[in-house]
Design a protein around this ligand. Structure first.
Ligand code: ADP
Ligand code: NI
Length: 191
């Protein structure tokens, strides 16, 4: 039986991200959740409830979207769901280890943290990563070339920084996809 909080979180994030654009919307969180559960299937030692709630709440206090501090949105939700302090702390630990920009070079300490970080990073690469990057560029009024630069600065590095076997395997395929895209883009746009 899944925790009721997991079912409730899926509905709650729909409201939370109702104003967010395509690079960071509720669908992103649901994909991260589904990918994280697939990775969890291959990592038998993990706590699946922590993975599920860590994934579903991982962007609930994203600084680019919300002005909250100390995981306030996630904590409020978990408090209402009656989760123990210990469980809340473990989930916040997972959430706080996910962000690429806030954790350069740092590896999550827990298996659950590694799983959710890999799931979030997989959503930034491959075909979906390409779509999200251009959605982000559009939301911020950037030129296409600025988003191409983002692939070289960040997205092409991600496949080398995965923490789980499933993550590494899937990231390699998605990396190839981006390389093919960039090559085609270059050919079509070069003078
Ligand atoms: P995180 O929250 O893990 O630090 P970001 O919020 O930086 O990740 O990225 C969210 C999405 O927006 C990703 O798909 C990322 O590739 C995209 N993105 C972030 N910065 C840029 C940028 N400068 N140009 C294009 N896409 C970007
Ligand atoms: Ni995310």
């Amino acid at each position: 039986m899944p925790l009721a909080a997991i079912t409730h979180a899926k509905a709650w994030i729909g409201e939370l991200f109702s104003q967010s654009g395509g690079s960071h919307d509720a669908a992103h969180t649901l994909r991260v959740y589904r990918t994280a559960m697939k990775i969890a299937d291959t990592e038998k030692a993990c706590d699946r409830d922590i993975v599920a709630l860590g994934a579903l709440l991982h962007d609930a206090d994203d600084t680019k979207l919300f002005g909250t501090v100390g995981n306030a949105n996630a904590r409020l939700f978990m408090e209402k769901e009656g989760l123990s302090q210990e469980m809340q702390d473990r989930i916040c630990n997972v959430i706080n280890g996910v962000s690429f920009s806030h954790n350069r070079g740092k590896v999550p300490e827990t298996l659950e943290g590694k799983i959710v970080q890999d799931a979030d990073r997989l959503d930034a690469i491959g075909a979906i990563g390409i779509a999200r990057a251009f959605a982000f560029g559009g939301e911020h009024g950037r030129a296409l070339e600025d988003t191409i630069a983002h692939f070289h600065e960040k997205l092409l590095r991600i496949s080398g920084e995965m923490q789980t076997a499933y993550g590494r395997h899937e990231a390699a395929k998605r990396h190839e996809m981006m390389v093919r895209f960039l090559e085609a883009y270059r050919k079509e746009t070069e003078e």
